[in-house]
Design a protein around this ligand. Structure first.
Ligand SMILES: Nc1ncnc2c1ncn2[C@@H]1O[C@H](COP(=O)(O)OP(=O)(O)OP(=O)(O)O)[C@@H](O)[C@H]1O
Length: 359
């Protein structure tokens, strides 16, 4: 288990981490996501031993490794880090780079381990190349092979895919999912892309302004985001302003959006709220339909008029205006083009919506 216990860090009087607590069980992959400057890399640097906290402590496998004014040296921690720019030594060959941390072994032992690692990362053919003679994706693999060489308990990765092109990023997500499952290490992975994180995270940790806003299994977090901001990260692109009116059933809420009532389960509401409260109803475009879902019961319906219809490569992204209210819009993906000004009815299942108080 890797434990961050009320970890705090200040720079020049500014709080960059504010009492961050997190448990990552042995062998699990935790992905920290959040906007630039929220403190993600600061956490990695503290865990790596490149920095010391101002408050709290870090415990690895039951042993304290960091607290204010004291830290186990970085090289004595059983962890390795893969940096965003890979930090490969330019004058060394791939096999030398991977074997660098194994100089205490005999030549034969080291060679065998390096061969196995190159094989595992599918870069055996590159053993004699310099970093300048291999691609970004290959450099990435070398950096990971080097990090795995000393068999650390924890692997730290800081935005490892950010320098790769879109297709390679997608391929590497799959590779990471396989690799992490195979090596069984505890992994702390920093990214600003929640969809990248979802591919392989056991635990998704959403940070904002130096604090953890929500953490949990990606599926749970995406199904029940705790704030409108996390819902946006999770792809709930459609935001509709409305207000609550009394509901005849205590298990449900009724929200009026552009004069049209919709009924939702009370569990859709992220906080306590009384009738009259202004709320934002959020939906994933994928859960909004133009035709009734066969067999679905109790779908909500809203009438709207097409404002814009933009082609997005496969489907059309349609923006609808609802009623006369300027702020009541909705976007959905349609397999066919809709004409601007066309009147349409959309449907969505009640359990697809999440609702937040609008302050
Ligand atoms: N050594 C330092 N001295 C002063 N301020 C620092 C230092 N390191 C980080 N900061 C500040 O702390 C805040 C958090 O930085 P951090 O690098 O952890 O953010 P991040 O979430 O990793 O961002 P990014 O996604 O851009 O890498 C930023 O405002 C940054 O400017």
């Amino acid at each position: 288990m890797l434990t961050l216990d009320a970890l705090s860090r200040n720079f020049n009087g500014q709080t960059v981490l504010n009492a961050v607590s997190l448990d990552v069980p042995q062998g699990q992959v935790a992905c920290i996501v959040g906007p630039s400057g929220c403190g993600k890399s600061t956490i990695l640097r503290l865990v790596a031993g490149l920095d010391v906290p101002d408050g709290g402590r870090i415990v690895l496998a039951g042993t304290e490794i960091s607290r204010p004014g004291w830290a186990v040296e970085a090289r004595k921690r059983r962890l390795n880090m893969v940096f965003q720019d890979y930090a490969l030594w330019p004058h060394m060959r791939v096999a030398q780079i991977v074997g660098y941390g194994l100089r205490h072994l005999t030549r034969a032992e080291r060679d065998a381990r390096v061969t196995a690692l190159l094989d595992q990362m599918q870069i055996s053919a590159l053993a004699d190349r310099l970093p300048s003679q291999i691609s970004g994706g290959q450099q990435q693999r070398v950096a990971i092979a080097r990090a795995l060489a000393t068999d650390p308990d924890v692997l730290l990765l800081d935005e490892p895919l950010s320098n790769l092109d879109v297709q390679l990023r997608l391929d590497m997500r799959m590779e990471f999912a396989d690799l992490f499952a195979r090596v069984g290490k505890t992994v702390l992975y920093v990214t600003h892309d929640p969809l990248e994180a979802c591919s392989f995270a056991d635990l998704l940790v959403v940070m904002r302004a130096g604090e953890i806003e929500q953490s949990g299994a990606p599926q749970d977090l995406f199904a029940r985001p705790r704030s409108a901001w996390i819902a946006t990260l999770a792809g709930y692109d459609t935001r509709m302003a409305g207000h609550l009116i009394p509901s005849p059933d205590p298990a449900e809420i009724v929200v009026v959006i552009a004069d049209q009532p919709v009924t939702l389960p009370r569990s859709a509401l992220a906080c306590e709220a009384q009738p009259g409260t202004s709320v934002t109803v959020m939906l994933h475009p994928g859960s909004i339909r133009l035709e009734p879902t066969p067999g679905a019961m109790g779908e909500n319906r809203l009438q709207g008029r097409v404002r814009r219809c933009l082609f997005e490569g496969r489907d059309w992204r349609v923006t609808l205006g609802l009623g006369s209210a300027a702020d009541a819009t909705l976007s959905l993906m349609s397999p066919r083009r809709l004409a601007e000004g066309e009147q349409v009815e959309i449907l969505f299942p009640p359990e697809a919506a999440v609702v937040f108080r609008r302050d």
